[in-house]
Design a protein around this ligand. Structure first.
Ligand code: HEM
Ligand SMILES: [Cu+2]
Length: 623
């Protein structure tokens, strides 16, 4: 099929990373970028928690507070949690299904660079008149040209570009999972993490498209004086809320389903038991994915859409508790009677369960439409969603980090430091957020930058901020751990350092660029574990050892992304008063983007081959 394969030249390290289309390297790029944004948004939270440590503090101004809260939420969701999930998905999904790469390696790298350039566009808003300040939801009219600062233009275009990257990556995962599975890897043998990534990717397709439409309309309002959302001129602000939450609610599940997936990999691996109720887990994920689109109105109960709509959406919301409950019990039953190893990954996975339950319980409370008038826009809501987001997603990400780290980097992380980090984070998390439930019930509103003395809010706010310090300390311990382990840990040379169950543990460590020299035959759920019991411990190949066809790297995804960055900046600069006309930016950006796209279309790139002898010698060296 492939006639004129080219051989790759020796490349410099930098060039290699800028042009890579290898899913394992893209995973590491996502991991680094996502981690940096995570730290940045975390520091922002610490700053505004210092502002709230005592009544009537004057540590930062109200305006800065609004900017920090908005950037904190926006970055955490779009530029930290999403890419961190993509890091693990990029790393694990192709390996877990026995593939050599994703379906569209070029698009995969495009997805990463679009995410990064959108994220950087959002971040430079601080230097051009201020960051977005209308909350991560950018409700209009707060986000209109009249009331919102220039930062919101950066929000609109930054999210548009990075959202496009998320969208193409989602499509890529769907095609990969449907099309690239090794023989025998039927849908009902997919590891749960792969299932959750499949459903998540579908949610991305159906949720990020309305977001793109909404952002486009908001851009027209803000930059070209349209009036979709301007009530005085015939527009409708509630329309924005509908569009936003039709995206925004599924977004939470886009993040939490993969966390469910990670937990469903880690708990069986460290309980020495098959995942309890695999089939019910799969259907629970499907049902949650479907229902996540039917409940967006629970974010708008106080808007006044009427009792019938409120009731329907309240009931639909509470229904999600059923499949979620099934999952919780399946995790508990998996641990029940298992031979549990309390590794750091297992600490995070097991502690996920109770925190997530608590977030679920307050979610059902918030779903009661009449009662929500009490909680709406109070710290109770902040507490609720951080139990989901931090107590769910972030704990899941940490579990995945400690679990897959040896496969990604060739050595384990230090377990003692890992457990110290776990306890610091877990205690800090509860100190910060548990108490916010009570603050909320006492009436402390969300998104206010200070509070008065003598209202009974002082002590609890103080404790909450101390908790944030403890979480920061945990992150410092993690960084220490990474450095310490890189210097001191023994290299992992075995394929399966955890005695785990799924296919990624059937590859060598470090993983050769082609993943599997020979595509494996899958004979069961948990294929690696199955071969340990029923076979000789090695996966059986379905093909003879032969030359392997691989895709070439390309600089074009980076150029396309830089082009969109420049054009996006051009649209924003209509309101910036720069020396250079916006049209210059738009033209230059457009030429770069469309030029690179044209180059890609005209290019005749067949990839390259790794010949049989090279594969043989690499395999020998690694085993
Ligand atoms: C270091 C730990 C964290 C702390 C101390 C923290 C603290 C806070 C606080 C106090 C608020 C509410 C501010 C207000 O309404 O006045 C907030 C908002 C928010 N946080 Fe966090 N947070 C943390 C981690 C995270 C993580 C990991 C995520 C997501 C992955 C996240 C997502 C959000 C979102 C979406 C908002 C809403 C922003 C808005 O209303 O515009 N947070 N955070
Ligand atoms: Cu929701």
């Amino acid at each position: 099929m492939v006639s004129e394969a080219t051989n790759t030249r020796k490349k410099s390290v930098l060039w290699d990373w800028l042009t890579t289309v290898d899913h394992k390297k893209i995973a590491i790029l996502y991991l680094i970028a996502g981690a940096l944004f995570f730290v940045k948004a975390g520091l922002m939270a610490v700053l505004f928690r210092i502002q709230l440590i005592a009544p009537e503090m004057e540590f930062i101004s109200g305006q800065t507070f609004n900017e920090l809260v908005t950037m904190h939420g926006t970055i955490m969701l779009f530029l930290a949690a999403t890419p961190l999930i993509f890091a693990f998905a990029n790393f694990a999904v192709p390996l877990q299904i026995g593939a050599r790469d994703v379906a569209f390696p070029f698009v995969n790298s495009l997805g990463f660079w679009l995410f990064l350039s959108g994220g950087i566009l959002l971040s430079i808003s601080w230097f051009f008149g201020g960051a977005p300040d209308a909350g991560w939801t950018s409700y209009v009219p707060l986000a209109s040209r009249e009331f919102g600062g220039i930062g919101i233009d950066f929000y609109v275009l930054g999210l548009q570009i990075s959202g496009f990257g998320t969208l193409v990556s989602g499509i890529n995962f769907i095609v990969t999972i449907i099309n690239m599975r090794a023989p025998g890897m039927t849908m009902m043998r997919l590891p749960l993490f792969v299932w959750t990534m499949l459903i998540t990717s579908m949610l991305i397709v159906f949720a990020f498209t309305p977001l793109a439409a909404g952002l486009a309309l908001l851009m027209l309002d803000r930059i070209f004086d349209a009036q979709f959302f301007i009530p005085g001129e015939g527009g409708n602000v509630v329309l924005w809320q509908h569009i936003f939450w039709i995206f925004g609610h599924p977004e939470v599940y886009i993040l939490v389903l993969p966390a469910f997936g990670i937990i469903s990999e880690v708990i069986p691996a460290f309980s020495k038991k098959r995942l309890f109720g695999y089939t019910s887990m799969v259907f629970a994920v499907l049902i949650i994915g479907f229902l996540s689109f039917m409940v967006w109105l629970h974010h708008m109960f106080t808007v006044g859409v009427g009792p019938i709509a409120n009731s329907v959406f309240a009931i639909a919301t509470m229904t999600i508790a059923v499949p979620t409950g099934i999952k919780i019990f399946n995790w508990l039953f998996t641990m029940w009677g298992g031979k549990i190893r309390f590794t750091t990954a297992m600490h995070f996975a097991a502690s996920f369960v109770p925190t997530f339950v608590l977030g679920g319980v307050t979610g059902v409370m918030l779903a009661m439409a009449p009662v929500t008038h009490l909680y709406h826009d109070t710290y109770f809501v902040v507490a609720h969603f951080h139990y989901i987001i931090v107590g769910g997603i972030v704990l899941g990400l940490f579990a995945g980090f400690f679990y897959w780290y040896p496969k990604m980097f060739g050595h384990k992380l230090n377990e003692t430091l890992g457990i110290i980090m776990f306890w610091l984070f877990y205690i800090g998390f509860h100190l910060t957020f548990f108490i916010q439930h009570i603050l909320g019930l006492m009436g402390m509103p969300r998104r206010v930058y200070t509070f008065l003395e003598g209202q009974g809010l002082d002590t609890m706010n103080f404790i909450s901020t101390i908790g944030a310090f403890l979480m920061s300390a945990a992150i410092i311990v993690l960084v220490v751990n990474i450095v310490y382990s890189a210097l001191n840990s023994e290299r992992v040379t075995v394929k399966d350092p955890w005695d785990a169950r799924t296919l990624e543990w059937a590859t060598h460590t470090p993983i050769p660029e082609y993943n599997f020299a020979q595509t494996p035959q899958v004979r069961s759920l948990d294929p690696v574990f199955y071969e340990k019991i029923h076979g000789n411990g090695e996966m059986k190949p379905v093909e003879p050892l032969d030359e392997i066809h691989m895709p070439n790297g390309s600089i074009l995804p980076l150029i396309i992304s830089i082009g969109l960055f420049i054009a996006g900046f051009g649209f924003i600069s209509f309101h910036l008063d720069l020396f250079i006309s916006p049209y210059v930016f738009i033209a230059v950006g457009g030429i770069l983007t469309f030029g690179a796209m044209a180059a890609r279309s005209l290019q005749n790139d067949h990839g390259y081959h790794i010949d049989k002898e090279t594969v043989e010698s690499m395999e020998k060296e690694l085993s």
